[in-house]
Design a protein around this ligand. Structure first.
Ligand code: A3P
Length: 276
């Protein structure tokens, strides 16, 4: 009986993998994935890219590569989550920020979509940590202040702080993907000059530049964050939230911690953002 169950299990798993690997994507369809980083502006980036006539985007985070259950559905299922609505669309893009830190994801993407173009948006890790903290605090009523939270001796072990040391995760990605298949977006500049970052992404994707400065305005009701001129062009209430003012001591402590990480990032990714 046990033997029979083992055989059935094996056949199920292998048929699933063969289904995953035998999928032939439609010709000329290419795939880009915004793999992270959480709280760096991933939603804004995807929304802005969605107005390009050649791009089709997934409306939700698919968690295909970082969830074993979803991954079992196969590539055909994955692709079906990103419907192509216009004949001009030939690049499909999804964003799932947890891919960046998930251990299994780089290998899974490399095996299934070795040509995928990876987009990584990063921002000043201090602002990123505050943003992550604000999200947590909004979920838990009695949360300590950010300054108290960072004053503890093990603050570097807190996930929202750890994530900002981007290189520890980036190293894993570089084992499976060449640097030229990755593009880094400056999350700080995406807030101030979104058209510049969008131009770089369109060039990286080999697309004609169709998203321009005139497509944006800065909304005072949204703390000055950029929105698209199109209807519903701003992000929802849970994006672009007010951040607490933090003490100089806290900022200095985080600056010291991120100094080495940022220097490594500059070397590893060969990028030079203003905050690095
Ligand atoms: P806050 O809400 O803490 O300000 P993500 O989409 O990856 O979760 O990132 C959320 C962050 O994107 C927001 O964090 C905000 O700072 C930033 N952001 C960048 N451009 C934005 C925009 N146009 N509208 C709102 N938030 C934007």
């Amino acid at each position: 009986m046990l033997f029979l169950l083992t055989i059935i299990g094996f056949l199920t798993i292998s048929s699933c993998w063969s289904e995953i690997f035998s999928y032939n994507p439609p010709k000329n369809l290419s795939q880009a994935i915004i793999i992270g980083v959480k709280k760096c502006g991933t939603r804004a980036l995807l929304k802005f890219l969605s107005i390009h006539p050649a791009i089709a985007v997934a409306s939700t985070e698919l968690h295909f590569f970082d969830s074993y259950t979803n991954f079992q559905h196969g590539l055909q299922w994955y692709r079906a989550q990103i419907p192509i609505n216009r004949s001009s669309q030939h690049i499909i893009i999804e964003k799932t920020p947890s891919y960046f830190i998930n251990k299994s994801t780089p290998l899974r993407i490399a095996r299934l979509l070795p040509d995928a173009q990876l987009i990584i948006i990063i921002r000043d890790p201090i602002t990123r940590a505050i943003s992550d903290y604000v999200q947590l605090r909004n979920r838990h009523r009695f949360y300590p202040s950010f300054d108290d939270w960072i004053s503890s001796s093990n603050f570097t072990q807190r996930t929202p702080v750890k994530i900002g040391c981007y290189t520890q995760y980036l190293r894993r990605w570089l084992k499976y993907f060449p640097r030229h298949q990755m593009h880094f977006v400056d999350g700080e500049n995406l807030i101030h000059h979104p058209w510049e970052e969008l131009e770089h992404v369109q060039t990286f994707l080999n697309l004609p530049v169709r998203i321009h400065r005139e497509d944006f305005y800065f909304n005072p009701n949204k703390y000055g964050f950029p929105c698209l001129r199109q209807t519903n062009g701003c992000l929802g209430l849970n994006k672009g939230r007010r951040h607490p003012v933090i003490a100089n001591q806290t900022r200095n402590k985080l600056n010291d911690f991120y100094l080495t990480c940022n220097a490594k990032l500059k070397r590893l990714a060969q990028i030079n953002f203003s905050w690095i």
